[in-house]
Design a protein. Sequence first.
Length: 441
Amino acid sequence: MSVSKKKSDEKEYTPLAERMRPLSLDKFYGQEHLIGKGKILSQLIKSDHLVSIIFWGPPGSGKTTLGYILAKYFDLPCIFFSAVVSGIKEVKEVMSKAESHKKFYKQPTIIFIDEIHRFNKAQQGAFLPYVERGDIILYGSTTENPSFEVIAPLLSRMKVLILNPLEKETLVKILIEALNDKDKGLGNLSLKVNEAVLELIIDHSNGDARRSLNTLEIAANFAENNQITEEGVKEALQKRILLYDKKGEEHFNLISALHKSLRNSDVDASLYWMGRMLYSGEDPLYIARRLVRFASEDIGLADPKALSITLSAKEAYNFLGTPEGELALAEAVIYLASAPKSNKTYSAYSKVMKDVEASPFEPVPLQLRNAVTSLMKEVGYGRSYEYAHDYTDLTTEMETMPKKLKDRTYYTPGPLGFEKEIKKRIDWWKSLKKKNKSTGQ
């Protein structure tokens, strides 16, 4: 038996976030840097100027909504489709219709592609000739950095507008409007909500209007005597899901924040960024590998224990797994952040590789070569080699660098931690070599 849905029931089956989607700029809250007086979107509408646009920003910041609003202001055919469910076949069909429309009506078609970064290079390339000819005005929304996700020829023909996560004040306005709106919102339910409840919803929204409205709508079902409570919101939230994509920009933003907090010797910030990554689902072994790299790159010999501790943390995680093993990573983070810093090993190695790349075939001095055949010995392999253990000071003035790189210095110890001791050692060896040279030993 089929049950037909009454038109009056449509609101009930449409999510609150979709019902409350603004249809004009005067009802759009936030992103004032784009829609304020004299700002780019206001000016485009005022001047009736068409330009292809990429809306780049986090989920729930208004990308698709602004595309809808902008398309509505221009009296042109407009086609919306999602890169998630559309392929090259659909793209070609739409482009063909747009081309025909331009030919007969002398006007372009607005094409809005949600999640344009989901299209591969070939699919994106299919839009290029139509954008160049003016057959279409292309709007695209993306949560990923267009510099990496949109092909350069297409990107150069589009204006990138950056949307920010919505501020608390903006989300409060959106939620209150949804609570009061009797036509599209929850106004007919006469719900009551206090400031603490609103803040709880907003704190768990990550600046996402859609997430805020979805939480509010679910929490309304737990209202007692028309009062939305913190307990109801917590039930609606279940577990907070943080914005994260292990292959996307946020992945690199967070690991960059961890690395730079460690380098800046901020223990608390370093722990926070590590915790954010783990909570969001990052592979703990990826973090462990980055900590090992940090120990070599940013601490080096200022504290030789740093490398051992990070490797031990990796082994501890392998042995214990989650969640116990994550404490070993936290221990390593604390140690790295509080350790003396030095990039002298990293700098020295970089200088070495620069010389190696510039002259990769510098011959090994004959005195350093092993004469493993009589011919090698005959031509001078190993001649004049000075065995350090045969000398009183356990070092000699024998040249061990290639001829062209004689007297080159790569490593200069830093002023902190164990590198102070290494500097003393290097200076001591240099003084012995100098003494031996002057005395002819």
